[in-house]
Unconditional design. Structure first.
Length: 155
């Protein structure tokens, strides 16, 4: 069979592989995080209340939705500005070695840069607070957008 070597002969017990350990007091511990971060106790969850039972945050003017909407537009607008200008790129690269491959080069570069950024950010996310990561990310997006706008506005 095609996947004969991919499947183990005996099924493994999922609890044996799970990094989470349930203590007698109901808390969930993660021994890998404790060892990796040098923490005495890597307590992940001490709440006895389901998240559905907790009250939702108050957002009278749907400001959180609006901010996330603007962030989506801010991320997608520069990308769409690059990929929809195929006629411009075809004219700009006419006669060069990139005339038939500029779309795949732009897409591959964008995808690889995004992957490297995500992998790098996962390695260092514990060094800063969620608030600083969010504000820093938004500031970086604004900076990139302004640079792209500056290039587009320049004659």
């Amino acid at each position: 069979a095609l996947f004969a070597n991919a499947m183990p002969a005996e099924r493994e017990d999922p609890a044996a592989r799970a990094p989470l350990q349930h203590a007698d007091d109901g808390a969930v511990h993660c021994s890998n995080a404790r060892e990796r971060l040098g923490m005495e106790d890597a307590l992940l969850n001490t709440s006895t209340t389901a998240s559905d039972a907790m009250p939702q945050p108050h957002d009278r003017y749907r400001l959180a939705f609006f901010i996330l909407y603007l962030q989506g537009v801010g991320c997608l607008f520069p990308w769409n500005a690059f990929i929809t200008k195929t006629d411009y790129y075809a004219l700009a690269f006419r006669g060069s070695e990139y005339a038939s491959s500029f779309e795949s080069i732009v897409t591959t570069t964008f995808t690889l840069l995004g992957l490297v950024t995500i992998l790098g950010m996962q390695r260092v996310q514990h060094l800063s607070s969620p608030r600083s990561r969010i504000i820093g990310g938004l500031a970086l997006q604004l900076g990139v957008f302004l640079v792209i706008f500056g290039f587009a506005a320049a004659p």
